[in-house]
Design a protein around this ligand. Structure first.
Ligand SMILES: *Cc1c(COP(=O)(O)O)cnc(C)c1O
Length: 496
């Protein structure tokens, strides 16, 4: 099989192999790695429908990660999707309230980030070996809440790696924060920052291209990589569950093989939904990808106007993992719809950095027809949680509720009856207080931990082991810094 190479969206440097792209995380020119062409599935949908999650993951991953051997991929897949997931289906589908919920929250941290972050450490470890680097890899990560814990879980105790996570000190849920600051493992570091997720993400991105820092790292035997969704090793494993969802519907007789379905995806950094776009480009019959935002509706405005404008008020919502104004992965979409033109992408990204906005050329705007943008206000999100509980006895977390609400509005307005999968990204346990307050205002006086029992009464599943004894776990990480101190903290941690 010919090698699939990865290019920077901004055109700098030479094309690299998949393992090199995973190891580097971000390209040296600040661009993101993209496959030179999106591979096409080479087995029929009917044949793919016979595979279990592991086998399917292999058939997708091998098309993207062409410098990994079959044995390397199968072993990484086996280690990632094991008993850490509380259901053997890994990503079960639930038919409720007129849609199919694709539950991506049965992993160790109860959110969809586990789908990619349980395999990334293994892919990275193999990449380190292939490169013969002889360096310790430092995973530098910014999180809006869920990535941090999932990355910590994935990398804790992995030889030859250290992981440093920055999170907005006042911008994550109680459970999310507690999950992170109680993380054990000598190679783990967790730091709160006085700022929002965009500040954390910008700070991390700046360090990846900071020449002085990089050279000090190099001298001391360290190399950076990223566990954020800018790493192509995050994106590729996410393509798998779009196929899995589709094929499950075929197997259950809900749709005919070849029939189109829509996906509604709760979106922040545009990583999850971009994987859906890749799945469609690979040949999966997807109609619309519904890009669902919360009150921070920068993507909705982008899809409706063609202008991306981050200069706006930032809101902390009950779906904090989507409280994002700079959606990093959109850069990859821009690259593909510009006809793979790094010059255009570089110009747009320079505009964004300099002026806080950019406007798409007409012809690129016309290439966005796979996507529909929508958003849900806080009240609409709460209403969706109530409504689905009442009608179907099914409890959604706030992120999932955003996607459900946006799908409902879209279906009404567009009169589109296409079978739809709502991508369900977190367990309601993780956001107990907001979920319950949406149902009854009296719960606003309690904290997340006190409410696990109440969620248990309403939802089908028992309190997950992962959070059962969280409240009493000892805090391991107490660092908090200003947003301009991130680099100093990293230097301090590494002793350089
Ligand atoms: C990260 C996250 C999202 C947003 O996903 P993106 O890939 O950033 O668009 C949505 N819901 C939950 C629960 C998340 O953790």
């Amino acid at each position: 099989m010919t090698q699939l190479l990865y290019h920077s969206t901004r055109g700098g440097g030479n094309p690299v192999t998949a393992s090199e792209a995973i190891l580097q995380g971000i390209a040296a020119d600040g661009g993101l790695y993209v496959p030179q062409s999106v591979p096409q599935i080479d087995l029929s949908l009917d044949r793919l429908a016979e595979l279990n999650y592991h086998q399917l993951a292999y058939e997708i991953l091998r098309l993207y990660l062409t410098d990994y051997s079959e044995e390397e991929l199968r072993r990484a897949i086996g280690r990632a999707y094991d008993e850490k997931f509380t259901t053997p289906e890994i990503a079960p589908l639930q038919k409720q309230a007129g849609v199919h919920f694709l539950e991506l929250f049965h992993g160790p941290t109860l959110a969809f980030k586990d789908m990619a972050l349980s395999i990334l450490p293994h892919l990275l470890q193999i990449a380190v070996k292939k490169a013969g680097l002889g360096k310790e890899v430092v995973i530098l990560t910014a999180t809006s809440g869920d990535t941090g814990k999932a990355a910590l879980e994935g990398f804790a105790g992995v030889d030859g790696t250290r992981i440093i996570v920055f999170f907005p000190e006042h911008g994550v849920s109680q459970v999310q924060k507690k999950q992170m600051v109680t993380q054990t493992g000598e190679n783990t570091y967790v730091v709160g920052i006085e700022g929002n997720f965009d500040d954390a993400q910008s700070g991390v991105k700046a360090m990846f291209t900071d020449k002085k820092l990089l050279s000090a790292m190099d001298k001391n035997g360290f190399a950076f990589s990223s566990a954020n969704s800018i790493n192509i090793g995050r994106l590729v494993p996410q393509v798998v569950y779009y196929f899995h969802a589709y094929l499950t519907l075929v197997s259950r007789g809900e749709i005919k093989s070849g029939e189109e379905i829509n996906f509604s995806v709760p979106t922040g950094n545009f990583g999850n939904i971009l994987a859906g776009h890749y799945a469609k480009q690979m040949g999966l019959p997807i109609g619309k990808l519904i890009c669902a935002s919360n009150k921070n509706k920068v993507l909705f405005d982008f899809f409706s106007s063609g202008t991306y404008d981050r200069k706006r008020e930032f809101f902390v919502t009950m779906s904090p993992s989507m409280d994002i104004l700079i959606s990093s992965n959109l850069e990859r979409l821009l690259y593909h719809i510009s006809g793979q033109s790094p010059g255009i992408v570089s110009d747009l990204m320079a505009n964004l950095a300099d002026t806080g906005q950019y406007r798409l050329p007409e012809n690129m705007q016309k290439s966005l027809t796979d996507f529909v943008g929508g958003y849900a206000t806080e009240e609409e999100t709460a209403q969706a949680i109530r409504q689905v509980l009442e009608s179907s006895d099914y409890l959604m977390d706030p992120h999932t509720a955003v996607a459900y609400s946006v799908w409902q509005k879209y279906r009404g307005e567009a009169d589109d009856q296409t079978p739809t999968v709502v991508v369900s990204t977190a367990s309601p346990y993780k956001f107990s207080k907001d979920v319950l307050t949406a149902i009854d205002a009296k719960f606003a006086d309690y904290d997340d931990f006190a409410l696990f029992k109440e969620v248990d009464k309403l939802s089908a599943g028992p309190i997950p082991q992962a959070i059962k004894d969280l409240q009493t776990k000892p805090v391991q990480h107490k660092r908090v810094c200003q947003k301009d101190e991130m680099r100093a903290i990293v230097e301090n941690i590494l002793g350089i």
